[in-house]
Design a binder for this molecule. Sequence first.
Ligand SMILES: [Mg+2]
Length: 230
Amino acid sequence: IPAYASLLRIGSPENIAGECKKALALGYGAIKLHETTTPAVFAAREVIGPGIPLMVDMNCPLTGEQAIAFAKACEDAQPMFLEEPVWPPEDFTALADVRRKGGLGVAAGENACTEYQFRQMMNAGAVSHAQPSVTKVGGVTEFLKVAALADQLGVKIVPHSPYFGPGLLATLHLLATRDDGLVEMFYLKREACLWGGRADVDATGHVAVPSGPGLGYEPDRGVMERYRVA
Ligand SMILES: [Mg+2]
């Protein structure tokens, strides 16, 4: 599954550019920032060039009006979408307004529960990209319902999956059922891995889908023991 590097909040445009460069060198073919300023967005675009998809996760800081202005100010950097630009995140009317007037894609849904809430979101025209999180939406079955609905309504699915455990493995399997898969990988160096380093991005920017029974890998009991909370 093609992966995108989901960067932590960094702040300084210079350091953002440095991390984007490193992520591309590691093989990633797409980048998501967690930033809220235009210099941050433009610093990333400048260093990755025009061909690499760039996403901007804002984590809900703005009013609708502010988000529209931010989208317009970012337009030349061509982000694929702004993620959760407004507070509260369930204000689908405001999100739809941002999408319509801001001129960019809008993504949301990492905390949305069940197909019911995604239906409200999509019917409102709030998102170009829906982001069900398999650990929160209601599991594998509910995720599949959201994906079917999105396909029906012409909304793209870009799951929320900055996880290290079963949620990441389940997301890989779910994306393997689709042809537009792009898996979110938390961009950091883990001290240990539950899956023996197998749920990682390779040099071509892909993550392998586990092929064993169930979710596909047995967790490393040594790692679980070592990090047990007393
Ligand atoms: Mg997010």
